[in-house]
Design a protein around this ligand. Structure first.
Ligand SMILES: [Mn+2]
Length: 387
């Protein structure tokens, strides 16, 4: 059984950051993001898989969009016409998506949920439960069917896993509990960074976002190919991102002339030449204003067709915010009651805003939005006259 697994395509994502900084780059990223589904289907056809699994957040928003829907069906048809089955679940972003609104998804496309949690595709039995609300803070694992004895069992789950402290849990559960459930392979989604966990003949894989959208979604996005059913699973990542974000250090200590800076930046920017890279330079050892450094950096990579400078930042962390007040705000922002109130506010703003903007206020962005807000407030405080 050859299975290709992906999640978190976030089709229709607004990509506001790239577009707001540079229109050309925004347009290039839009092309890369719009084309990722077609590239995933290409990879599945190339690898001659038996099935493709989408573990949630195929769409960035659950607001109906007939164009995105048409693109999805067009691409999935390429799979089903080649005899490749498709298994999907809903994630938190597309939890409320009415997949039947523009007609049935089509034969060979299986949307698993509580009313129909399992499908037997011959080579393997697939199990999946989707999100039915934008947020679930309890584990779905106890509700997953038991593995079918003597068969290859694959589970699709959208989950924040154990979560890291400070992040909201989304259908949380531990990797150890997943691996103990008895399935051969867990096709996970939600966390945008790739990770795989293997325990003997069992595996749980978070495939990561296939096309990163900003500097925090760094590295070249991929899908995961798994050979299941004969011994230990064989698993490998297949890159599908046309563009990759990367943060690279740039040490300019002792480099004081223009040519030296150009050469140092070109050395820092060197890398794999088979895909477009958007670099964020983290500068140390130079007092030049960032605007000057940005200009030099853009000139340095002008002849490197697959490299762009996404941003230039100093390595040094910003000065500590003033004392007790900043600490109290940070503590308050980490409480459940603050997060609940913030989630409510986000929901109200989402309802009031046009769709393109509303999607940027997703619950998943809460932590980032809170951090952004705290940083802004602390910055203003740090500039204030102490008198
Ligand atoms: Mn998600």
């Amino acid at each position: 059984m050859r299975f290709l697994h992906t999640a978190d395509l976030h089709l229709g994502s607004p990509l506001r950051a790239a577009a707001s900084r540079d229109a050309d780059r925004g347009a290039a990223l839009r092309l890369a993001a719009d084309g990722v589904l077609a590239r995933i289907v290409d990879a599945a056809l190339d690898a001659q898989v038996d099935a493709v699994g989408f573990a949630g957040d195929v769409f960035d928003s659950d607001v109906q969009d007939v164009t995105l829907r048409a693109r999805l069906v067009t691409q999935l048809l390429r799979l089903t016409r080649s005899g490749i089955a498709v298994v999907m679940i809903r994630g938190n972003h597309d939890a409320l998506m009415d997949h039947g609104r523009y007609g049935p998804l089509g034969d060979g496309i299986h949307l698993l949920d509580r009313d129909r949690p399992s499908v037997d595709l011959g080579g393997a039995v697939f199990h999946g439960l989707g999100f039915r609300a934008r947020h679930h803070d309890r584990s779905f694992l106890p509700d997953y069917p038991a593995p079918v004895p003597g068969r290859v069992n694959v589970g699709l789950m959208h989950t924040s896993l154990d979560g890291s402290s400070g992040h909201d849990p989304y259908a949380p559960c531990s990797v150890a509990d997943l691996l103990a459930h008895g399935y051969d392979y867990w096709a996970l989604g939600h966390i945008h960074k790739r990770a795989q966990h293997i325990d003997g003949h069992r595996a749980a894989v978070m495939p990561g976002i296939p096309q990163g959208r900003h500097a925090r979604e760094a590295g070249r996005g991929s899908v995961t190919l798994a050979h299941l059913g004969d011994g230990a699973p064989r698993i490998r990542a297949i890159p599908v991102a046309d563009m990759a974000f990367a943060t690279v250090p740039l040490d300019l200590s002792g480099v004081t002339d223009f040519d030296g800076r150009i050469a140092a930046i070109q050395r820092a920017a060197q890398g794999v030449e088979d895909h477009h890279r958007l670099l964020r330079l983290r500068v140390t050892g130079s007092d030049l204003p960032l605007s000057d450094l940005s200009e030099i950096a853009r000139e340095a990579v002008a002849d490197m067709p697959l490299v762009d400078i996404e941003a230039v930042r100093r390595r040094d962390t910003p000065p500590a915010p003033p004392g007790d007040l900043a600490r109290l705000m940070a503590e308050e922002a980490a409480t459940d009651s603050f997060r609940d109130a913030a989630r409510e506010a986000l929901a109200a703003w989402r309802d009031a805003l046009p769709r393109e903007i509303a999607a940027t206020l997703a619950d998943a962005e809460l932590r980032a939005l809170t951090d952004e807000g705290l940083t802004a407030v602390n910055f203003v405080l740090s500039q204030a006259d102490p008198a």
